[in-house]
Design a protein around this ligand. Sequence first.
Ligand code: PEP
Length: 244
Amino acid sequence: MAGNWKMFKMPAETTAFFEKFRPLAEKSGHCEIVICPPFTSLRAAVEAAQGSAIRVGAQNIAWAKEGAFTGEISGPMIAAAGATHAIIGHSERRQYFGETDETVLKRTQAALEFGIAPIVCVGERLDERESGNTEAVLVRQFQHGIAGLTESQFAKIAIAYEPVWAIGTGKTATPEIAADAHRAIRAQVKERFGAEAAGAIRILYGGSVKPDNTRTLMAQPEIDGVLVGGASLDPVSFASIVNF
Ligand code: PEP
């Protein structure tokens, strides 16, 4: 269960979140929890999560270790802050910051090189869904992106299916729509990496996940977890999601 805070929460707000969230989430031994604050609040999150099973992740990661890449943050920098995960290829990065399937692959390879666990996002836009191209988009994103990993690299990633039309819009994909997309992604995984990898890969659903729709989404065997934006900002709401 992963929370993406996007560009919200200062360090002090991060600490306050964890004070409320930790006792509420302690019961949720059934799942792994990762919270992804902005870079500037990573350290506060790591300190506040210390002694718990909650992990902290970044929302992006550079494809190089260091160098002339103004505005980028590298894997070793993220690891030095104590974070263990990184979201890669979020649709907001693809839409507003020129992220492509190719750069998603490079960032994923770099994350793995520096011991950061990638959560790689894929998903179609509304026009792509309405024109019947959902599966073609997922196949393209897979084949031009993470299909370029080796088998052992692929074993260390999670995928998040995030239909762009469902992110921050209040329009959740129905559990059946989400499960169909997950099946299409898993079929790609099977074709490229084999049946074992297809069974083992964790595919999270993201897009307007809320406390009141988590249980029906998670009831789909295809859905292994959720990536939550808006509803992860409030400790009570995110705790009720992880405790679904
Ligand atoms: C996200 O940012 O990854 C996301 C799914 O956002 P929301 O839950 O707000 O739709």
